[in-house]
Structure formats: structure tokens, C-alpha cells
Design a protein around this ligand. Structure first.
Ligand SMILES: Cc1cc2nc3c(=O)[nH]c(=O)nc-3n(C[C@H](O)[C@H](O)[C@H](O)COP(=O)(O)O)c2cc1C
Length: 302
């Protein structure tokens, strides 16, 4: 038996594969055994219900897709009453992803969710706009990232994962700010701001004008960021962006990731995460690796 267990701070996972927030929902339980996943990460929740952005919200690009959903949400009450108990019935730990308009709101929602026994950990989606800073994403500013994480750290002892925005000049600096604020782990990263234009109508292909690009097109950028973050923090990293195969997941782990999230691949094949897990095991078999943690950060740069 190969050992696929990994730890994200005090959170112990049976394997390193989990869904990326916003690309996974309750309906997938019909085609996928949730108990086989390392963790469960539903769509980011906001305090109040939100309608989301204008349509179209998704368009395909070469090697990926652009989305601008705008965190459509039924609000925290519904999430606590319906979504949390649903995910609570599985063995795999629930990581609740949170979006908010202000640092205070992040702390308020985090405190309420962390108090629920079914919620094993929190993931802070700091790519959402900070309404108190001209709508600039929280995660684009080092000081705001630090203040946000510190505020949430002040309301809970549960494992805290900060999901970084890749839309920054120096990902390492933001990673260090989240570390200093008390984050237990980092997800690297959210989508890259992108735009596509229909040359016939001359309109943006996304109702909101711009959106975030995900999928295989961004994987090399994310691998580079994982590597850079791993150089400057000792925090466990969850790699996220463009993982389609077991080899993609292994690549992220060699760069320094402890676990890996899968998003766009699940739109193509809802059972992609299970295939990826099987491919990781095949790789371990091929190279005689008994324990998956042995490969973390083991890229050979010599
Ligand atoms: C349709 C869609 C909705 C998303 N919603 C969220 C979200 O609510 N919160 C979040 O943190 N990330 C969200 N993301 C970003 C993904 O979690 C992930 O960071 C990104 O898709 C890159 O991974 P991938 O290339 O494997 O898809 C969303 C992505 C897509 C495609």
C-alpha cells in the first residue's frame, strides 16, 4: 500500500487531491465518491446572498477558460443550515472557502463557520475586491493581506488556509505577509485576470468585461509561483491551477506543494480527481515511492 497521506497544518488528509472552490458542488456526489477525496472545498460563501455578475459568465480560451461568476451566493444562513450539514456527512474534511467585502466581514463569517463542528478548516479567498480599498483585491496588497489574516486568526484556532491571488508582482512577499498574519497554509493560487473579445460583435466575451483564466494554460505560471513561495515560507502549500493529470499534480508537489486542488478538469470530466489520484499512485509505483510526502519540494535544480 502506497502512503498518500499529507498534512496541512493540523489537518490530516488521506490523500493530496481536493476540488478547487467554485468548480465543485453537491450534485457531483451523484457521480463521485466524496469519501475518496483528500478534502471537500465548496464554492466561496459570502455573508449575504449575492446574485453574481452579468452573463455570459464563462468563455473558453485556448488551454483554459475565463470566468467571472461574481461569487453568486445564497448567503451564510443557508450555507450553515444546508451546505455544511450536507458536506458533514462525508469522512473527508470540509474546508469552507470564504469571500467578503471587508476585513471585518471576513472575521465575522470565519468566526461563525469555525464554530461549526463539521467545518475542519477555512480557506480565505483574498482575490475578491476590498470595497474599502477601491475594489482592489485584498490579496494584491501585502499590508492588507497581513491585516486580514491576522483578524481571522484572532477569531479561530482552526486551520487557516489563505488562497493567494496570482495577480501580484511578488507572490513571495504576499505569501510572507499571510504567514506573518498567522496563516497555517497557502493555496497557490486563484485565477489570473484575463480578457477575451468577440471580434465580430466587438464585445468582451464575458459580461463583466474581464474575468479570471483557469485551466492548463496557467499551470506553468502556478508551478513557478509554488516554487517561489516554497523558497520563502515554511508553510504547507496547496497548488491550484491547470491540474489535469496525475503528472501535473506531481509536478506541483515537486515544486513544493503538499496538496493539490483540481478545478477546470472537473468541468471536462467530473470524475477527473479520481483519475488523477490513480495516476499519482501509478507514478509512485513506477518510481518506487512509498510515501508521497517524500517528493514535496524535491525538484532537482542543480
Ligand atoms: C467557474 C469557476 C468558479 C470559481 N469560483 C471560485 C470561488 O468561488 N472561490 C475561489 O476561491 N475560487 C474560485 N474559482 C477559482 C478556482 O478555485 C481555481 O483557483 C482556478 O479555477 C484554477 O484552478 P483550475 O485551473 O484547476 O481550474 C473559480 C473558478 C471557476 C472556473
Amino acid at each position: 500500500m502506497r502512503n498518500l497521506q499529507v498534512s496541512i497544518g493540523s489537518l490530516h488528509l488521506k490523500n493530496p487531491i481536493m476540488p478547487a472552490s467554485g468548480t465543485f458542488g453537491e450534485e457531483m456526489a451523484k457521480v463521485l465518491d466524496f469519501n475518496q477525496l483528500g478534502a471537500l472545498v465548496p464554492k466561496s460563501i459570502t455573508k449575504m446572498p449575492r446574485k453574481g455578475n452579468a452573463t455570459p459568465r464563462i468563455c473558453e480560451t485556448v488551454g483554459g477558460m475565463i470566468n467571472s461568476i461574481g461569487i453568486q451566493s445564497k448567503g451564510l444562513d443557508y450555507y450553515q443550515k444546508v451546505i455544511v450539514p450536507f458536506y458533514g456527512q462525508f469522512d473527508s474534511p470540509l474546508i469552507s472557502s470564504i469571500s467578503a467585502d471587508s476585513i471585518e466581514e471576513f472575521a465575522e463569517v470565519s468566526e461563525k463557520l469555525a464554530a461549526m463542528k463539521e467545518v475542519a478548516a477555512l480557506e480565505l479567498n483574498i482575490s475578491c475586491p476590498n470595497l474599502k480599498n477601491n475594489g482592489l483585491a485584498f490579496g494584491m496588497d501585502e499590508e492588507i493581506t497581513y491585516q486580514l489574516v491576522k483578524a481571522v486568526r484572532g477569531v479561530t484556532d482552526k486551520p487557516l488556509i489563505t488562497k493567494l491571488s496570482p495577480n501580484v508582482t511578488s507572490i513571495g512577499t504576499i505569501a510572507q505577509a499571510a504567514d506573518k498574519g498567522g496563516s497555517d497554509a497557502l493555496t497557490v493560487a486563484n485565477t489570473f485576470i484575463a480578457m477575451a473579445i468577440d471580434v465580430h460583435s466587438r464585445k468582451p466575451k464575458i459580461g463583466n468585461g474581464m474575468g479570471g483564466i483557469s485551466g492548463p494554460a496557467i499551470k506553468p505560471l502556478i508551478v513557478r509561483m509554488i516554487y517561489q513561495v516554497h523558497q520563502v515560507t515554511g508553510l504547507p502549500i496547496i497548488g491550484c491551477g491547470g491540474v489535469m493529470t496525475g503528472e501535473d499534480a506531481i509536478e506541483m508537489m515537486l515544486a513544493g506543494a503538499t496538496a493539490v486542488q483540481v478545478g477546470t478538469a472537473s468541468f471536462i470530466q467530473p470524475t477527473a480527481m479520481l483519475t488523477i489520484l490513480a495516476e499519482i499512485e501509478e507514478y509512485m509505483e513506477q518510481y518506487g515511492i512509498d510515501t508521497i510526502t517524500d517528493i514535496i519540494g524535491k525538484v532537482d535544480i542543480s
